[in-house]
Design a protein around this ligand. Structure first.
Ligand code: HEC
Length: 394
């Protein structure tokens, strides 16, 4: 498919993905908050079966929500379900995965520096990760371990970290990160589709028929909701991680991902505790210290290059290794238009963008993309030395 078309499709899909994702996470945050703020009914007697209420004001209107201990005696004509946000987030996410990674495997999915996989094999591994990951997760939930949230969380964390490690040995680093995120997103959305909503339907049907529903259905839905709750913040990080090459581009990218995910799940835990009225003073400072710690331990170590490193040399390297894509008329088949509008035809452009060139080509080594133009370590070292010695012009 034409790159231009793929880019526009990806723009629209990404936009929708964020819109549906915001709606999904927004309702999920709202209902968590709502549950935590329901208080005993004030004043007038409450309708039968009601065990709490919540008043709020928003946009100039007052709202009163009643919470039933189990269910109202008679169901209302219109009962709202919250599911399409989740489904559409998943559908748009899966489409984006195809557009960005599977239709152009040589850009981000396959990285010959990591492993020269055949594109078809890489795509099969990608899809297999999502489906296989879900099956493993689903079976674990149904196993006896599923009843013990803490051991379950520890095992889940270990498995996801193992997966992140494995994928970073097979895929380009951005693709490895996004596949971990896509699996977490798949688990969350499929939890809604295969467990939470179907079980709620059975519960509602049983109540309408005046029967007592099986308790295990509600428990399974609650288990999946709890997992989704803790996965929210890590998956949000992975969604935006593509902007941060110092994470996915790092030698120990899988460990950084594990560390940042722990911080995310920890912060979610703080919200959950706070919601229950338990004050915990150390989680947030520890999370903040964790982020600082990750930034420090992942800081690049540079070995000083002794040789000469002049602007003329750098310009020469950029012309050989970068201009194929980053020019006003790229010769690359993959990129008919300069990516992100970044062009290095003019010497001044190299000087203006020196920090970003240094960051991309030396620190995180994300450029040249998948090293398609075969830059050498020495060339990277020359750019590094030139930049650190003041990035002087001609
Ligand atoms: C095969 C094509 C290709 C080559 C060769 C290439 N780039 Fe890129 N470059 C890209 C693409 C694609 C992007 C956009 C990445 C994205 O959207 O995240 C990009 C983005 C960038 C960015 C912006 C990223 C940011 O977030 O700051 C910089 C800077 C950059 N390239 C520098 C270089 C340098 C320096 C070289 C040569 C050493 C180089 N590129 C070689 C394709 C290429």
């Amino acid at each position: 498919m034409d790159v231009q078309i793929v880019d526009w499709l990806s723009l629209v899909t990404r936009w929708l993905h964020i819109i549906f994702g915001a709606a999904w996470i927004g309702t999920s945050f709202y209902f968590n908050w709502l549950n935590n703020h329901i208080r005993a009914v004030e004043g007038d007697a409450a309708p039968k079966g009601v065990d709490g209420e919540l008043w709020s004001v928003h946009g100039g209107h007052f709202y009163r929500v009643l919470k039933y201990e189990v269910a109202p005696e008679k169901l209302p004509k219109v009962l709202h379900w919250f599911k399409y946000e989740a489904y559409f987030t998943w559908v748009t996410g899966a489409t984006l995965l195809v557009l960005v990674y599977y239709l152009q495997p040589s850009s981000y999915l396959v990285d010959s520096q990591v492993r020269a996989l055949h594109p078809h094999l890489a795509i099969t591994i990608g899809v297999g990760t999502l489906v296989g990951g879900w099956v493993v997760y689903h079976l674990l939930c149904k196993s006896p371990l599923g009843r013990y949230p803490v051991p379950f969380a520890l095992l889940g964390f270990a498995l996801l970290t193992g997966l992140a490690f494995g994928l970073t040995q097979l895929f380009g680093p951005r693709a490895a990160y996004i596949h971990v995120g896509a699996l977490i997103g798949t688990i969350m959305a499929w939890n809604v589709f295969f467990v939470i909503i179907p079980n709620q339907k059975v519960l509602v049907a049983a109540m309408t028929a005046g029967q007592t529903p099986e308790a295990s259905l509600g428990q399974a839905a609650a288990q999946r909701s709890l997992h989704n709750n803790y996965l929210t913040l890590p998956v949000l990080f992975i969604m935006v991680s593509n902007h941060y090459p110092m994470t996915f581009g790092h030698e120990y990218n899988w460990a950084l991902l594990a560390g940042i995910s722990l911080v995310g799940a920890g912060v979610r835990h703080w919200f959950n505790l706070r919601g229950k009225g338990e004050k915990n003073v150390w989680i947030l400072p520890v999370a903040a210290a964790g982020m600082v710690g990750l930034a420090l331990v992942s800081a690049p170590q540079t070995t000083e290059y002794e040789g000469e490193a002049t602007f003329a040399m750098v310009r020469d390297i950029v012309e050989r290794r970068c201009v194929e894509c980053h020019s006003s008329a790229p010769t690359s088949e993959l990129y008919p238009v300069a990516p992100q509008g970044i062009m290095f035809d003019q010497p001044q452009a190299i000087l203006d963008r020196a920090p970003r060139i240094y960051n991309q080509a030396v620190v995180t080594q994300q450029m040249p993309l998948s090293n398609l133009t075969g830059i050498t370590d020495e060339e990277r070292a020359i750019i590094g030395a030139w930049y650190r010695r003041g990035a002087a012009g001609p």
